[in-house]
Ligand binder design. Structure first.
Ligand SMILES: [Zn+2]
Ligand SMILES: [Zn+2]
Length: 107
C-alpha cells in the first residue's frame, strides 16, 4: 500500500515508533488507517445476535388457527410486537407450523 504526502506529493514512509506515516521530504504526518478496517465488521455481528434472540422466543409462542398464505396449513405460531413509532401500533405476527412462512397482520 502506497500513500502520498498531501502537501508535496512525496511517497510517505512508515514511522514504527510513532505508529504513523511520515513524509521524508517535508515532515508531514498521516495516521495509519487501522481503525477503518475494524469498524466495518462491528454492525454485522449485532445483526446475527438479534435474529438468534427472535428464534428462541418463537418456541414458547402459542399456536392459533390461521391459514398460511403459502402452503394452506391452518395452524400457526402467533405473537405480537409493539412498534415504537409515531403511532405506537401493535403488529401481529404469524408463522406457519408446517413450512415456517412468516407474515404479519396489521389489524
Ligand atoms: Zn511532504
Ligand atoms: Zn405454510
Amino acid at each position: 500500500m502506497m500513500k502520498f504526502c498531501p502537501k508535496c506529493g512525496t511517497v510517505l514512509s512508515i514511522d514504527r515508533e510513532k505508529q504513523c506515516l511520515v513524509c521524508p521530504k517535508c515532515g508531514a504526518e498521516e495516521p495509519l488507517e487501522k481503525d477503518v478496517i475494524y469498524s466495518k465488521t462491528a454492525p454485522e455481528k449485532d445483526k446475527i445476535i438479534v435474529i438468534g434472540r427472535k428464534e428462541r422466543n418463537l418456541r414458547t409462542t402459542p399456536q392459533v388457527k390461521a391459514v398460511c398464505p403459502k402452503c394452506g396449513n391452518n395452524k400457526a405460531y402467533w405473537w405480537m410486537v409493539q412498534t415504537r413509532g409515531i403511532d405506537e401500533s401493535t403488529t401481529q405476527f404469524y408463522r406457519c407450523t408446517k413450512c415456517g412462512y412468516t407474515w404479519r397482520d396489521y389489524s
